[in-house]
Each structure stands twice: as C-alpha cells, then as structure tokens.
Write a protein that binds this ligand. Structure first.
Ligand SMILES: Nc1ncnc2c1ncn2[C@@H]1O[C@H](COP(=O)(O)OP(=O)(O)OP(=O)(O)O)[C@@H](O)[C@H]1O
Ligand SMILES: [Mg+2]
Length: 611
C-alpha cells in the first residue's frame, strides 16, 4: 500500500489555483517489478527515439520553464526591497518589464515543451496502434475465441493512451519539476536555512494529518462512482431489453430496482457533501495554522527583509505543485508500465505461423481430392475431443454433405480446411499435399466459405460482395453474383442500390438478405473449393430453391463441402456423412442411407413428417 497525503491550500494557491501536496511513498512490492519495468520502459522509449531531435528541444524548453519558475521567486526579494522599501528608481522602472519578460519567456517555453511532448506522444500512440492493428489482423482464430473483444479493444484504445502519457509525462515531470524543486529549495535555504529546515520536516507531518481527513472523503467518492454505475447499468438494461420488459411485464420489478439505486445514489452524494463541507474548512484551518507558524518563526528572526520573506513564501507555495507531481510520478509510472506490459504482450502474441511455402493453385485443386484424416481434434485451451476418427475424401467436383445434431462438430470440421484451427493429430490434404505445406494465403485464396456466422462490414453492398482481394471487380460481375445469389431482387429495390450502406454487421438488412450477400460474396470468388456452412438456413423455401440452382452451377465446378440441417437441400449430394459427437455414424448417398434405415433415415422421416 502506498502511503499518500494530501494538503489542499484552497485559498492560497499560486495563480489562484488550489495547491495540493501529496506525498506518496512507493510500497516495497513495487520494487520487485522494477527490473522488468525498466526493460519495458526502455522498449517504450525506443518508440520515442526516432523523434529525439524534437525531444531534445522539448527537454530544453522544460529546463527554461523550471528556471523561470525559480527566477520568479528569486525576483521577489530585490523587487520588493528595491521598490517598496528602498524606493530605488531603477528597480521601480524595470520591475514591471522584468515581470513581463519572465512570463513571456516562460510562456513560450511552456508552449514549446507541452506541444513538443504532445507531438511525440501522439506519434508514439499512432505507431503503437498501427503495430497492434497489424498484429490483430494476423492473430490465430483461437486467440479471438479465448480473449473477450472488449479486452482487445481497450488495449488498443485506453492502454495505448496511458502508455504514451507515461512515456512523455514522466519525462517532463522528471526534468521540469525536479529542477524547479532543487532550485526553489536552494533559494529557500539561501534565504533562511533554519526556516527552510523546519518546513522540510514539518510539511510531511501536516500532510499526513490531512490525509486522514481526506481518506473518508475518497471512500465516499468511490462508492458514488459505483452507485452511478448501477444507475446507468439499470437504465441501459431497460433500454436494450424494453421488448422483453413489455412482453413479460417487468415494469414493476425494474422501477423498484431503479428506485433503490436512485435512492442509494442520493444518500451517498449527501454524505459526500457533508464530509467535504466539513473537511475543507478543517483543512484550511490546519493550513492557516501552519502558515501562521511559518510567519511567526520568520518574524522572530531579524535577518529576513520584507522582500526576502515574501520571496520565501512565494518559493514555498511554488514548490508544492512540482513536488506533488514528483511524488505522484511513481504511481503514473507504474500505471504506464502496467499498460505497456499489456500492450507488448498483445504485440508479442505470435501470429499464425507459416509452416509451408508452397503455393496452392486452382489447377492443383481441380486435379486432386480433399482428403481428411483426423485422429482427434480438440479446441485449444478446452478439454474434450470435438472430432475423432474421421476419414473422408471429397473428389474434385464432388459434393459431400455433413449432417448431424447441433454441436456434433460439423462447423469444426469445415473450419479445419482453411486452417482456422491447427489439426495436430491428423492430416488434411488438398491439391495433392498436406495443407500445412502451403502458405495460408494461397490455401485460403482457393476456398470460398459461407460460414454459419455471417459477417458483413459497415460499408456499401458492393463493397461487401466484392470484399478484400475481390475489391475493384467490375460492377457487372458484382451484379451477376448478386443475381445468382438471389440478392439482386432486393438490392434493386433499394434507393441506392449497390451503394446502400448496410450498417454494423448488416444490421439494416434482414437475416435472409444478409445470407444472400454472403453467398454472393462466395459466388464472386469462384474458388475451386467451396464450403457452405448452413448457407441457406435463414431463407424461405422459395428463395432457397432458387439459390440451390445457383449453387448447383457453382458446385459443378468446385469440390464442395456442404453442411445443412434441412435435409431436403442436400438430397442430391454425392455423399452424405452423418456426424454424432464428433464421430462418423454412417455415410452414403441419399438413397443408400434411406435403405439402410439408420439414423439418417430416421432424421429424414422426422423432417418429412413435419411438413
Ligand atoms: N471456437 C470454439 N472453441 C471451443 N469450443 C468450440 C468452439 N466452437 C465450437 N466449439 C465446441 O465444439 C463442439 C462442436 O461445435 P460445432 O460448431 O462444430 O458444432 P456444429 O455441428 O457445427 O453445430 P451446429 O449445427 O449447431 O452449427 C461444440 O461442443 C462446441 O461447444
Ligand atoms: Mg455449425
């Protein structure tokens, strides 16, 4: 636990701002991370290195800022003694000019320092984000399965900001504030070393006293944040769940829940207000007593002039802010390092590694079957076999259908072909060689996949059909694909046609329309291997039949793996494979399986009788 103390000199702040002094002693445990922290910080600074010229300029500006700060306090003595006490005409004439000059120089330096550091920080943020995004595009599918997307996004958004702030803020504070503190302290000791010594010892004691008062204050603030969270959480749930609330009559329950949170929030706010209303005057009283002590001590000595005394007090006030920032530096450093560790960890997550360099071509796929031999497969980080003992061959131009209960492993099997997951125990060959011998890019280029989970991007319909490497396809080809997928009929009716924006993941379209777009995308790719995972499940029978014809055309030229629940759509398949808990139960064509009167025939009769 870090020990911290805060003093609020609410009415005596320099430039009219309240001054807060917080002393924070780093806890012992923080040292154990010191070594890795240094390594991380060094890596972070390597992002700053390319901008070292800008950094040097900003650092020099910081030195000027610190110098002008100390100079201001020092000037107080000759200025006051010269003008009010001795009434020296030269001092009287030059004092206002000197004041303006100091603040002009200080202003320019402060601007250059802040702007320069911010530029460095923004550049670091941009580079880090770019690198992380590039990494994100090549991470294995399993990484996304196991990491909540919110976590990844917060790394990309918040952690990066934190880190860049740590990289530049900490350096600014170290340079500017440590110089200010040293210069001001030296000045105070020069003016009156006894007074300075008393102050140096007394301040932390007062700080500790005030910390106790503020602790209570902070406890309530964090409770208020929590209760605010509950209020907004309930409201959010009511907004998103309003249909459920309406149909299930949840109004009473929600009102009661909200009333509780609302009341709790009111109570906590009042408590906070009463503590703060009491603590501010209390803190001020303590601060005033401390100031009175300093004045009394100063007055009891003969050697301080008026100017010297004011100069001392000014230095004392001015030293508080930089001191506060310096004592907080360890906390912000730790925060920055924690964020940096999180970022670098993401940055270092291995991408999908290439295991082969051969290039799979369309001709290879046309001449060779897809052969799947799985000893067993389970998902990374998850126990239990999902597939076992599967041997399956799909000859070029053949259509093989996978059927089976939900969760039997059909999609898993399909996802192994484009290497979304690594099959460690078993082999899949495509185009005459193990899929691991090809580059992923060339393997995936030969596969058109309509997956069970449709993904559309928030762009136009045209961009969604001609996505990725298909970008730049002539409009006629896009329309032809859309027609074949029976998507053109609805696209045509949209006011903006192909240029209609579909919303986040196609939110502005119906389920069947989305599915038709993803089929059009696959049709446009014209790949020799076609995988259809429940590609037509959201369509009405009429559209499905039409699409079936289009798919039939496509399937004639491809090697196809099709997954379907509605058995009527796969009756014509060359082979039907029935999966059950990751194993093949039976296989054969439609007629053979019906004659065998096994599980397929039972399932078929069930679906048939439902109609
Ligand atoms: N990404 C994943 N990570 C871990 N386990 C998974 C993952 N995807 C699926 N599973 C598990 O693997 C098993 C098979 O899932 P799969 O998606 O292959 O079933 P399916 O036959 O396609 O089912 P459905 O007909 O419902 O689509 C299920 O038990 C599921 O919980
Ligand atoms: Mg599935």
């Amino acid at each position: 636990m870090p020990i911290s103390a805060t003093i609020h000199y609410n009415d005596v702040g320099f430039y009219g701002t309240p001054i807060t002094l917080r002393l924070q002693l780093p806890a012992m445990t923080q040292h154990s991370h010191a070594e890795s922290g240094i390594a991380v910080y060094r890596r972070l600074l390597s992002y700053v290195l390319p901008q070292w010229r800008r950094f040097v300029v900003a650092a020099l500006a910081l030195v000027v800022v610190a110098g002008s700060e100390a100079l201001f306090a020092m000037m107080m003595k000759p200025m006051l003694d010269g003008t009010f006490v001795e009434r020296d005409p030269t001092t009287i004439a030059y004092t206002p000019i000197a004041l303006i000059a100091i603040f002009l120089v200080r202003g320019i330096a402060a601007y250059s320092a802040e702007y320069g550091m911010a530029r460095i920080a923004r550049q670091v943020i941009k580079v880090l984000r770019g690198e992380m995004f590039a990494n994100m595009l090549h991470l294995p599918v399993s990484y996304f399965d196991l990491t909540p997307s919110g976590r990844i996004i917060s790394k990309l958004i918040y952690d990066v900001e934190q880190v860049a702030m740590a990289a530049t803020d900490v350096v600014s504070i170290l340079i500017r504030d440590s110089l200010s503190v040293v210069a001001l302290l030296a000045w105070m000791f020069y003016l009156d070393w006894k007074l300075a010594l008393v102050l140096l010892i007394g301040a932390p004691l007062i700080a500790l006293l005030i910390r106790v008062i503020n602790q209570r204050f902070r406890r309530y603030s964090s409770h208020i944040q929590e209760s605010m969270g509950t209020v907004s959480h309930i409201a959010e749930e009511v907004i998103t769940g309003q249909r459920v609330i309406k149909t299930f009559g949840g109004q009473g329950y929600e009102s009661k829940r909200f009333e509780e949170a609302n009341e709790n929030n009111r109570r906590l706010n009042l408590k906070l207000l009463s503590t703060s209303a009491a603590s501010v005057p209390l803190v001020q009283l303590i601060a005033a007593m401390a100031a009175a002590g300093v004045i009394a001590l100063a007055l009891s000595q003969e050697n301080l002039s008026v100017g010297g005394f004011v100069s001392f007090i000014t230095a004392m006030m001015m030293i508080l802010q930089p001191m506060k920032r310096l004592t907080k530096i360890s906390a912000s450093l730790q925060r920055g390092i924690a964020a940096a560790i999180s970022i670098f960890e993401f940055r270092d997550t291995p991408c999908e590694e290439e295991s082969g360099s051969a290039l799979l071509t369309r001709e290879h796929c046309r001449d060779h079957p897809i052969s799947i031999e799985i000893e067993h497969f389970s998902y990374p980080g998850k126990e239990g076999l999902v597939l076992e003992q599967i041997a399956l061959e799909i000859k070029p131009g053949e259509i093989v259908a996978l059927v089976g209960r939900s969760g039997s492993g059909k999609s898993t099997l399909a996802n192994l072909i484009p290497r979304f997951y690594e099959l460690e125990h078993g082999t899949i060959t495509v185009g005459g060689a193990d899929i691991r011998s090809y580059t992923r890019e060339s393997l995936r280029a030969q596969i058109a996949l309509v997956s069970q989970h449709i993904t559309l991007f928030n762009g136009t319909i045209a961009n969604n059909i001609a996505y990725g490497r298909l970008d730049g396809t002539p409009e006629e080809a896009i329309i032809a694909a859309a027609e074949a997928a029976h998507a053109w009929e609805f696209i045509r009716q949209l006011p903006q046609g192909l240029q209609t924006v579909v919303g986040e993941n196609g939110a502005l379209l119906s389920g069947g329309q989305r599915q038709r777009l993803s089929i059009a995308r696959a049709l446009l790719k014209k790949a020799p291997i076609l995988i259809l995972d429940e590609a037509t499940s959201a369509l009405d029978t009429h559209s499905e039949r039409h699409i079936q014809q289009a798919l039939q055309l496509l399937m004639a030229n491809s090697t196809t793996l099709v997954i379907a629940h509605r058995l009527s759509t796969i009756e014509d398949a060359d082979r039907i494979v029935v999966l059950e808990q990751g194993r093949v139960l039976e296989s054969g064509n439609h007629r053979q399986l019906l004659t065998a009167a096994g599980p397929y025939s039972a399932l078929y009769n069930l679906q048939f009788s439902e109609k």
